[in-house]
Design a protein around this ligand. Structure first.
Ligand code: SF4
Length: 361
């Protein structure tokens, strides 16, 4: 039996994680996070108009020395999986390759979310150690790529990204994903422009490249509220997703599911403690935050990993500074996991799985 990569609640029941999960579900603090999202830098070579981290970009990075120390601290703390991500392009930091090698050699699982422009500079490390690399492509043609993912001079790096993905597909030992964020903007003349007509074509390209999966996601606004799609665009995207299933493994994004259910931008929560913040955390050059939804939010900041060792920050910080009923009214991919922790605490959890499959909670 395997777990779907998007089955975040099912992942709680893996034997290698379950004792920590039960400890946290019972209301305790954790000794260490199991999963860390790490932004090595806030620099990015692209300038995507819809970037959720637009206001946080190009505001600093870890020095290569501190980044290297952080990798050692993650290993020392017993972190099981690290996702290299941004706010910023993680492969743009010249120290990232060393982080991948350090974590990989210590058996820490590694995931990478990248814009794909610098895969070639990190190819050997990614091929050897990344459990998965997910490239945000959002287009099937250079023209559309220029519109949704322009570089800082307005050019298109599409051909470079696709060539990099083909290069990685040839040597990878983990999975390669093609991510597609649906963009549908209303132009001044009232027409809808964006990438929404290219979903199926992108899925075919993903298969041709040698990708293992294709993920379609919905857009968030700056407050992390999901932006709905008009009926016509949603109908077309849904049709293309169904067609895409015949050519590649299409993973279910919780955001697309929400849009299809017309859930609306708000996801109310009745609980006051987020147990997931004990199991996962976000480390960035501007601070350590309870989770990626609160990246850059001073009220959700646990400490400063530029100046303080991560184990120290974890020992003294209060992850309860965020109250989901008050602070997380937007769609959170781990809302279901929090509800599942409640079930586990009430003795209504599921059976523990026979073995670990995917530690990226
Ligand atoms: S409930 Fe709030 S604090 Fe917890 S993971 Fe979701 S957004 Fe972050």
């Amino acid at each position: 039996m395997t777990i779907d990569r998007m089955d975040l609640t099912g992942k709680l029941y893996q034997p290698g994680l379950y004792s920590s999960v039960v400890h946290v579900a019972s209301g305790n603090r954790s000794d260490n996070p199991l999963v860390v999202d790490l932004d090595p830098t806030t620099f990015c070579d692209l300038a995507c108009p819809e970037c959720i981290s637009g206001k946080l970009l190009n505001q600093g990075r870890f020095t290569p020395e501190r980044l290297s120390e952080l990798a050692g601290e993650l290993v020392e703390m017993g972190v099981r999986a690290v996702i290299l991500i941004g706010g910023g392009e993680p492969l743009a930091h010249r120290g990232t390759r060393h982080v991948i090698e350090t974590l990989g050699a210590a058996g820490v699982r590694i995931g990478v979310v990248t814009n794909g422009t610098m895969i070639d500079h990190n190819l050997d490390a990614l091929a050897a150690y990344a459990s998965w690399v997910r490239v945000s492509v959002d287009a099937a043609t250079p023209e559309t790529f220029r519109s949704v993912r322009p570089d800082r001079k307005g050019g298109s790096a599409f051909d470079r990204v696709i060539a990099n993905m083909r290069g990685l597909a040839r040597v990878k030992t983990g999975a390669l994903g093609y991510s597609f964020l649906v963009v549908a903007r209303r132009a001044a003349d009232g027409t809808i422009e964006g990438n929404h007509r290219e979903v199926f074509e992108a899925a075919r390209l993903a298969r041709d490249i040698g990708c293992d999966y294709f993920e379609v996601k919905a857009l968030f606004d700056e407050g992390h509220h999901i932006v709905g799609l008009g009926d016509e665009v949603l109908g077309s995207v849904s049709e293309q997703i169904e067609k895409a299933r015949a050519v590649i493994d299409v993973v279910n994004s919780s955001t697309m599911d929400s849009v299809r259910r017309h859930d609306g931008p708000v996801q109310p929560k009745s609980y006051h403690r987020c147990g997931i913040t004990e199991l996962r955390t976000l480390v960035t050059p501007s601070g350590v935050y309870v989770c990626p939804y609160h990246r850059g939010n001073p009220a959700a900041r646990l400490g400063d990993a530029v100046t303080e060792p991560l184990p120290e920050i974890w020992r003294r910080s209060d992850r309860g500074i965020v109250d989901p009923s008050r602070d997380c009214a937007f769609h959170c991919a781990r809302h279901g996991s929090n509800l599942e922790l409640g079930e586990i605490a009430a003795g209504r959890g599921r059976a523990v799985l026979p073995e670990d499959h995917d530690l990226f909670l």
